[in-house]
Design a binder for this molecule. Structure first.
Ligand code: CTP
Length: 411
């Protein structure tokens, strides 16, 4: 059994700021998510926010008294703006209204939350804003200018999303969901080991059609590959994910190309490969496909018995990428799913595929599960990554890849 992962925001001290918008009702849930993820959450509310949700609610969920006024005399030195911003690892304002963003853009300090933003040590205490407003307000040129200004001043803008709005309209400006904001914070705190790098990942099974309703596939869930894509994006990489048929959400910030068959995956990967610095092939690509796809469903036919299929070999995507000329070749990582003798088979695969790193795992013990154990096999020897949830393993793998990468980004 793997030990449960440490809460992802354990030890983080966050100021959660609420400005006055209807999305305040979601901030209550966000406070809960952040506390559950291990963070210490100090809620700061504007006058407007207090119209939408009570301080009582936010205090109960964060486990700390809410601060809402510059003139709050509970602080012994009466300097809440200094104390709160010096103690915080980050300030996250969710919802951040159009008015609040405008005030931050101007550096105003006429309420505690905006005062806090100006008073924070910019280098040490990042500011993250989750905008929430009507689509016309988001589209207004003044808002666009203010958002560009706060970004230029170093703030990180999370979202907004598009969709149904509280006013009944549909469009851009919806606040991200609490879990998305939590994940964005988790990602924000990850070390940026792959900043400036481009990473291409294949994931999932492939589906090799026999006829319009049947096909050959395997038990790969895609979870490991999606975790690698997410971990690489969290580490600051530009990530392209080529995914076989799986029902998994695209990790934030990742460009996804959906494919079904090995040939489609091959056709998607080959032109992308030269534009990437790293290629991580986690996909369980079918080795063979039916030589002929029947145009119509193959029918049971009592006289002939079970139909026979001729199979033909699929292209080996990883091996082909590994054979690209040096100037076009990303640094390649292969996966080996074995059922026994993991290290020997992985080392043999390292040579046969001509790649600098093979990640071995025992297929039957991992397919469809949320955890796994890996062994990294390369010229250095063997490195074990002990059983853990797939995201923890993916982050460890990303760190191992980053450590091995040659300096400099390929053109
Ligand atoms: N791979 C690939 N294209 C294929 C087959 C495999 O890109 N047509 C990649 C996988 O994504 C994985 C690695 O190659 O990273 C190992 O694949 P695997 O199927 O385990 O190895 P094989 O070479 O097929 O060897 P065997 O089936 O004999 O174990």
């Amino acid at each position: 059994m793997s030990t449960p992962p440490a809460p992802e925001l354990a030890g983080r001290r966050l100021v959660l700021g609420l400005s006055g918008g209807i999305a305040c009702y979601k901030a209550a849930d966000l406070a809960r998510e952040l506390v559950k993820a291990g963070a210490t959450v100090q809620v700061v509310m504007t006058e407007g926010a207090l119209q939408f949700v009570t301080a009582l609610t936010m205090q109960a969920l964060s486990g700390r008294p809410v601060v809402a006024s510059t003139w709050d005399l509970r602080e012994p030195n009466a300097m809440a703006h200094i104390n709160l911003s010096r103690e915080a690892d980050a300030i996250v304002v969710a919802p951040a209204t159009a008015d609040f963003i405008a005030r931050v853009a101007q550096g105003r300090a006429d309420d505690l939350l905006s005062l806090l933003c100006v008073a924070r040590p910019v280098e040490r205490c990042p500011l993250l804003l989750a905008p929430a407003m009507n689509r016309e307000m988001w589209a207004h040129p003044a808002t666009g200018r203010n958002v560009a200004q706060v970004r230029a001043d170093g703030a990180v803008v999370l979202g907004p999303a598009a969709g149904d709005q509280a006013c009944g309209e549909t469009g851009d400006g919806r606040m991200l969901e609490p879990a998305e904001i939590r994940d964005a914070l988790v990602a924000f705190f990850q070390p940026k080991l792959l900043a400036g790098r481009r990473v291409l990942v294949t994931a999932g099974p492939t589906f090799e059609a026999i006829d319009p309703v049947r096909g050959i596939t395997n038990h790969s869930s895609g979870k490991m590959g999606f975790a690698v894509a997410r971990a690489a994006a969290e580490a600051g990489a530009d990530v392209t994910l080529v995914a076989g048929p799986v029902h998994l959400p695209t990790p934030p910030g990742v460009r996804r190309i959906d494919v079904a068959s090995a040939c489609q995956m091959h056709a998607a990967v080959l032109p992308e490969a030269p534009r990437h610095d790293v290629f991580v092939a986690t996909a369980a690509v079918a080795d063979w496909r039916p030589a002929h796809v029947n145009e119509h469903k193959v029918k049971k036919d009592g006289r002939r018995g079970a139909p026979l299929f001729e199979l033909t070999e699929n292209p080996d995507i990883l091996a082909e990428v590994a054979r690209l000329p040096a100037a076009e070749r990303p640094w390649c990582v292969g996966f080996a799913a074995e059922s026994e003798d993991l290290v020997r088979h992985s080392r043999e695969k390292l040579q046969r595929k001509g790649v600098p790193l093979i990640v071995g795992n025992l297929g039957p013990a991992t397919f469809g599960r949320d955890d796994n154990a890996l062994v990294l096999v390369d010229a250095e020897g063997e490195t074990e990554l002990p059983r853990a949830d797939k995201l923890t393993l993916a982050r460890a793998l990303v760190a191992e890849i980053a450590r091995r990468l040659p300096d400099g980004v390929r053109a």
